[in-house]
Design a protein around this ligand. Structure first.
Ligand code: RIB
Length: 291
């Protein structure tokens, strides 16, 4: 089974700060580094490292050579990577002393993908293959509709949440992977993880739900089935990309027929390693490291 990922590619400008900057405040950063990232790129790399055959559909500018290189060195098919005359997407990321992050994303070339480019890319896929996307590129609702129409299984990571996203055709999604903030936005309520899961399972009865809860583990719900996986403890150096690592490992494991519980456990172990390292894409472990 092939996986197509329509996803962002960002240059992450990462600032190590003692605390996140507040309104009206100026803080001095202790370090600044540039890493490859973007939820799309991170998830493609995690998929490939977990053993999946993945094609990345995305757009980069002339400044994006490193983004293409890291994908291709990680085993991702980059033949659907499109050029733009404009700058690639970028992210401004604060990482505090607890390893937590705060992120601003600027879309850049990620927001230039057109319906015609999606149609063209989908001709590379066969019914039964898998289509994944997040919410950092243009044409996400269009792509979900078209992917479903050509018989692909659809996976959506609704991140970041926007007002527009609440109107996307989410009933077309076969697997939704989201965190607490995203779950609250879609459910229209706050509550415990278990309560949020129930609300989402009821709202999207045809969709498998994975709710990731950081150090509180992860939750699965579909029909009458519920599965809980505790988080694997790790010293947090930089949590950026840990959710993407979980997504990639869970999806790749399920795509090769693994049951839900072991797939959640493997994804949790991969995410634990990712939080213990700096950067997003560069922190994603290989399957052999997990073994
Ligand atoms: O999920 C982490 C990612 O979010 C970062 O790499 C950043 O680029 C943003 O897309």
């Amino acid at each position: 089974m092939k996986i197509m990922n329509l996803g962002s590619l960002n240059l992450d400008k990462v600032y190590a700060v003692r605390h996140f900057v507040q309104a009206g405040e100026t803080v001095l950063a202790d370090r600044c580094e540039v890493h490859c990232g973007g939820k799309g790129l991170n998830q493609s790399i995690a998929l490939a490292k977990a053993g999946a055959e993945v094609l990345h559909l995305g757009k980069i500018g002339p400044d994006g050579t490193a983004l293409e290189q890291i994908l291709s060195c990680s085993g991702v098919d980059v033949s659907l990577l499109l050029p733009s005359e404009n700058d690639s997407g970028h992210a401004i990321i604060q990482v505090n002393t607890d390893g937590q992050n705060s992120i601003i994303v600027y879309g850049g070339a990620n927001q230039e993908i057109t319906p015609a480019e999606i149609d063209q890319a989908l001709t590379r896929m066969c019914a039964g293959d898998l289509f994944l996307t997040q919410n950092e590129t243009s044409c996400v609702p269009y792509a979900l509709q078209k992917a479903k129409k050509v018989g692909l299984k659809t996976v959506f990571n609704p991140s970041p949440i926007t007002q527009e996203l609440l109107g996307y055709p989410l009933e077309l999604v076969d697997l939704l992977i989201l965190n607490e903030t995203e779950a609250e936005a879609l459910a229209g309520h706050s509550g415990s993880y278990a309560a949020l899961l129930e609300l989402l399972v009821a709202k999207y009865p045809g969709t498998e739900i994975i709710l990731t809860a950081g150090k509180d583990g992860s939750y699965y719900g579909f029909g009458g089935c519920r599965v809980y996986q505790q988080a694997i403890q790790a010293r947090a150096v930089d949590t950026t990309g840990a959710g993407d690592t979980y997504c990639g490992y869970f999806i790749a494991s399920r795509a090769r027929g693994m049951e839900v519980k072991p797939a959640m456990e493997l994804a949790s172990r991969a995410a634990a390693i990712a939080v213990s390292r700096k950067g997003a894409a560069s922190s994603i472990p290989s399957l052999s490291e997990l073994k």
